[in-house]
Every structure is written in structure tokens, then in C-alpha cells.
Design a protein around this ligand. Structure first.
Ligand code: SOE
Length: 387
């Protein structure tokens, strides 16, 4: 294997950790077409980034993202920073000729997404948005079954992404709760994921009708000493305004006639990272629950009437039977959250070597953002909005 791809990763907290693990694991488990070097990890806080470098196993640490993306020693830029910096970093990285992997949501607005897409197209670099849940074997298996016609004509897509980490009103105003930094709340953070799964499995959205709500309007400003990964911070005494949604729901229509019903919330006590998807078609249904992510439930209306019911597919069969899992363990030896990032990065590396597009591209990121903005407009105007 002649080629070596050297990675510069910007941002090192929760997603930086997930990506670092994936960069490290991918070459051990997947047939990559290039060697991968964890070259430089970059962040604003010198002590924090140095600690991350040691813990996560990078060769160099930097506090200067511009130097990293312009360095001739870097081939790939992996963006894991808060959402307000995605556009600036990605556009600069494209101009520097680097392949780009960017965390979701792609940017704060449709306008920014368009500029990012223009930049990567002009530079002819490979670009991908990290919607890792697409590469859960059970979700990829669902895609295969839908394409093979196992569900027939699709009638319904239902998805719920529910968390509970900000139910406490004392939870501070972290960056994910500030519109200027995050773009939106649950909407861009987690609805974006189930919109991506919808577009992957069912198709494009045609129109939407949304409802977004903020339950807690003010929160303590973040105590800087309690800086964490943003999901477990401490509050100080001063209060600040919450400028994003705590919950965002919408119904919609796909261009192929199927109906959509999506809900994202951070106010579902007991739900830590609950993702549920159900798709109903003319011939059958599929059901997925992330907390049981190695399984896919399938109801086949063509089964004999006396034994119909949701069948439980354990999606762990190698030898090309089920997607991705053959590269891990023997059948029945289940995998988890972190593996979804390994699958994403393995596909991304091979696309970089081949110079071919790999989905979800920045074009997908733009389409996703169009859905997000249409829902926001609908919630504001109390009207249906075309995507
Ligand atoms: C926080 O809500 C978060 O870390 C998201 O940003 C991720 O995309 C999601 O997968 C898990 O939760």
C-alpha cells in the first residue's frame, strides 16, 4: 500500500474522541487503500489539546487551525468543532486542497452550506458529512431490503430521537443552547440525524409542517471551570437566554408520496440517546431501536397468516450477508456506537484514494439543511412549507 493519508483533526471533545478512535481502528479492521496517520490534533486550549493528543494518540498538537489546514503535511481535514466554525474551516480546507470530513449539521444556514459545497466542488476534493448512524449495520441492511422491494411501496416514515440531558433547569447555557454557535437546538443536533436516515431510506422531502418549542427560556451561564464536552457542564450564578429549541417535531410528505413524522427532544426523561425508526410499506414494515442496534425487526405480510409477526434479524452475519459487520467479529458478537464512526471513516478513506464521492456528501448536508430551515420557517409562520 503505497499511499499514506495524513489527518489533521480540528476539535477534540466528544466527537473528536469518537473520530480519533475511528481513525485508529479503521486500518485494523477494514481493507483501507491507504495508510492513515493521525498527524495533528487541533483545538483552542493548549493544555486541553495536548492532553487530548496524549490520550487519543496523535503525533502533534496545535492551537492554530489555519496552520494545520495549510500544512503540506496534511491530506485530510476532519472538522469536529462547534457548528459556527464548520463553514469557515471547510472552505479554507477546500481551498488548501484537502479532503474534508465534517461533523453534522454541515453548517448554520442553507447559504453557508451552498458556499461549502461550491468550495469543495471547485477544489475537486472529497467531502463527507459525518452522519454516522447511516452506517449502523441494521440501518444499512434496512436500505438494502427497501431497495430490493421487501417493503413494497413506502407509506410511512416515523422517527424519534430523544435525549434528556438538559431537563434540569440548572443545566447551564452551553454552546449547543446558543443559536449563534449551534444554529438551532435539538433540531440541527439530532433531528438532522433522523432527517438523514429518512433521506437515505425513503427519499427527498417535498413539504413539511413543524413545531419547535423551548421549555426552559433562561439558564445559568456556564461556569468556565466546569468546561466539559458540552453535555455535562456546570452553571454559574448569572443567567442567560436560551436561543434554541428544546424540542422540534414535524410531519411531512416525501416526493414519492410517503408520509413523514419526526420528533427530536432533549426533554424525554429516561431517554439518553434513544433513536427509534419505523417504516411501513405495502408489503411489510421495518422497526429499529438504537438501544438494541444490532437488531432489525421485519414484518413480512407475505408470511403465512398463522405465523405472521415481527421477525428479529440479528444483523451480525459476516461473509457479505450483512453490511460492515463481517469486518469485526464472528456472528452474534455484537458491535456498538463507536463502530459506526469506524465504518464512516473507512468508507471516507477509500473514497479519498479513489477520488470518488462518498455519501452523505456536502450536497446531502445542504439538502438536510434545507429540510431543517423549512421546518423552522413552518414553525415560525404556522404554515406548511415546501422544501
Ligand atoms: C448531543 O446531542 C449529541 O452528541 C449529538 O451532537 C450527536 O450528533 C448525537 O449522535 C449524540 O448526541
Amino acid at each position: 500500500m503505497a499511499k499514506k493519508l495524513r489527518v489533521g483533526m480540528i476539535g477534540y471533545r466528544f466527537m473528536g474522541k469518537a473520530h480519533s478512535n475511528a481513525w485508529r481502528q479503521a486500518p485494523h479492521f477494514f481493507p483501507l487503500k491507504a495508510e492513515v496517520e493521525l498527524h495533528t490534533i487541533c483545538g483552542r486550549d493548549a493544555a486541553g489539546v495536548e492532553a487530548a493528543r496524549t490520550q487519543l494518540g496523535w503525533q502533534n498538537a496545535s492551537t492554530d487551525w489555519k496552520a494545520v489546514i495549510n500544512s503540506p503535511d496534511i491530506d485530510i481535514v476532519d472538522i469536529n468543532t462547534p457548528n459556527d466554525s464548520h463553514a469557515e474551516i471547510a472552505i479554507a480546507a477546500a481551498r488548501a486542497g484537502k479532503h474534508i470530513l465534517c461533523e453534522k449539521p454541515l453548517a448554520l444556514t442553507v447559504e453557508q452550506c451552498k458556499e461549502m459545497l461550491d468550495a469543495v466542488k471547485k477544489a475537486k476534493v472529497v467531502h463527507m458529512v459525518c452522519h454516522n448512524y447511516r452506517r449502523i449495520p441494521a440501518i444499512a441492511q434496512a436500505k438494502k431490503m427497501i431497495e430490493e422491494g421487501a417493503l413494497g411501496q413506502i407509506y410511512h416514515y416515523y422517527a424519534r430521537y430523544a435525549q434528556d440531558w438538559i431537563v434540569d433547569p440548572e443545566f447551564p447555557l452551553v454552546w449547543r443552547l446558543q443559536k449563534g454557535v449551534s444554529g438551532s437546538g435539538t433540531h440541527g443536533d439530532i433531528n438532522a440525524h433522523i432527517i438523514d436516515i429518512a433521506r437515505y431510506l425513503v427519499g427527498e422531502f417535498k413539504e413539511v409542517c413543524g413545531l419547535m418549542h423551548t421549555f426552559i427560556k433562561e439558564r445559568p451561564l456556564q461556569d468556565q471551570s466546569g468546561k466539559g464536552d458540552g453535555l455535562g457542564a456546570k452553571g454559574g450564578k448569572k443567567m442567560g437566554k436560551v436561543t434554541v429549541d428544546d424540542a422540534a417535531m414535524f410531519m411531512g410528505r416525501f416526493t414519492n408520496g410517503a408520509l413523514a413524522n419526526l420528533e427530536a427532544t432533549r426533554f424525554a426523561l429516561g431517554r439518553k440517546n434513544h433513536i427509534e425508526v419505523e417504516i411501513n410499506g405495502s408489503k411489510g414494515s421495518l422497526h429499529f431501536d438504537f438501544e438494541d442496534m444490532n437488531r432489525l425487526k421485519f414484518f413480512n405480510n407475505e408470511d403465512p397468516a398463522d405465523r405472521q409477526g415481527f421477525r428479529d434479524i440479528l444483523v451480525t452475519q459476516g461473509g457479505g450477508v450483512h453490511p460492515f459487520v463481517g469486518n469485526w467479529w464472528p456472528p452474534g458478537h455484537i458491535i456498538g456506537y463507536e463502530h459506526t464512526f469506524v465504518h464512516t471513516i473507512a468508507d471516507f478513506v477509500n473514497a479519498c484514494v479513489d477520488g470518488k464521492p462518498v455519501q452523505p456528501t456536502f450536497e446531502d448536508g445542504l439538502r438536510n439543511e434545507r429540510v431543517l430551515e423549512a421546518v423552522e420557517e413552518s414553525s415560525r409562520t404556522k404554515q406548511w412549507v415546501k422544501v
